[in-house]
Design a protein around this ligand. Structure first.
Ligand code: C2E
Ligand code: MG
Ligand code: MG
Ligand code: MG
Length: 281
């Protein structure tokens, strides 16, 4: 479709053209090609035990190097994938890439558990556990090194099916985590019927817990809930020392956030781990 150009020569699209239709179609086509051609890549954000500071794993976060738009954030392209049937190939691609990297680290002497975010639609497909099993086998890694982060919304849309898929995943020996816990419009009663291992407290409660009494109350309640269900509590969005200390005092097990490290390119992770191990020794 035709773009007008302003005086600087930058294309300015007619607002009506930019509405869903054309631009959405372009984005879907481009994303499909990006998955096929391997234009997506991963950054890895470390996590540490709250009490000792020992690193206990990394989370893989998808990035898209777009040929003209530059680096595109997952908040922009994950919803496009979710709405257009691309989230399953994308999730498989991310698990494959994360396990390949995990194997590289393992061969270099670093056992680094990896977490991968799983699109909601994957939990509605009974073939998903088999796909994950194939990927784990292909990379020759113990299943316990893989954690799958799921969201509450995935469970709510079809609880029976989701519980079946989650059971299949648990039987493989992978760990399961509920991401962004507390932000979904959900009932916590599903915690009874699901065997998950980890609860990730959403950063919207965590980041300002030291200055906001309401946030602090929510964090304490969620940590207690995790504890009572025997789940590991992980706080995301930890941006300063005071918050880390408050979380450790609240009984939170694991912390993640810019204070520990931003998401890192794969090739920087081993150097980061080495520096940290040296600082701890
Ligand atoms: P998430 O899984 O909850 O990941 C946490 C997000 O918070 C990441 O943003 C991370 O870079 C950011 N973050 C980490 N520490 C801090 C902090 O201290 N402060 C603040 N303000 N932010 C922090 P990112 O990488 O842009 O990812 C956004 C979301 O996109 C993720 O949220 C996840 O839901 C989704 N996502 C990312 N990669 C994938 C993927 O491979 N598959 C799927 N299905 N979703 C993905
Ligand atoms: Mg996550
Ligand atoms: Mg999260
Ligand atoms: Mg979050």
């Amino acid at each position: 479709y035709a773009a007008k150009r302003d005086k600087s020569g930058v294309a300015v699209y007619d607002a009506r053209l930019h509405e869903r239709g054309a631009s959405q179609l372009t984005a879907v086509t481009e994303l499909r090609h990006a998955i096929d051609r391997g234009e997506l890549f991963l950054h890895y954000q470390p996590k540490a035990l709250a009490d000792t500071g020992a690193v206990c794993g990394v989370e893989a976060l998808a990035r898209w190097q777009h040929p003209t738009r530059g680096l595109v954030r997952p908040d922009e392209f994950i919803p496009v994938a979710e709405e257009n049937g691309l989230i399953e190939p994308l999730t498989r691609y991310v698990i494959d890439a994360a396990l390949r990297q995990c194997r590289v680290w393992s061969d270099a002497g670093w056992e680094v558990p990896v977490s991968v975010n799983v699109g909601a639609a994957c939990l509605l497909h009974t073939e998903f556990p088999g796909d994950v099993a194939d990927l784990i086998k292909r990379h020759g890694l113990p299943a316990r090194l893989l954690t799958l982060e799921i969201t509450e919304s995935a469970i709510i849309s079809d609880p029976d099916r989701a519980v079946e898929v989650l059971r299949g995943l648990t039987e493989l020996g992978v760990r399961l985590s509920i991401d962004d816990f507390g932000t979904g419009y959900s009932s916590i009663s599903y915690l009874r019927s699901m065997r998950v291992h980890e609860m990730k407290l959403d950063r919207s409660f965590v980041t300002h817990m030291c200055t906001d009494a309401g946030d602090s109350a929510i964090v304490h309640a969620l940590v207690a809930l995790a504890r009572n269900f025997g789940l590991q509590a992980v706080a995301e969005g930890v941006e300063d020392q005071d918050t880390w200390t408050a979380l450790a005092e609240a009984g939170c097990d694991v912390v993640q956030g810019y204070f520990l490290s931003e998401p890192l390119p794969a090739e920087e992770v081993v150097a980061w781990l080495g520096d940290r191990a040296a600082a701890h020794a």
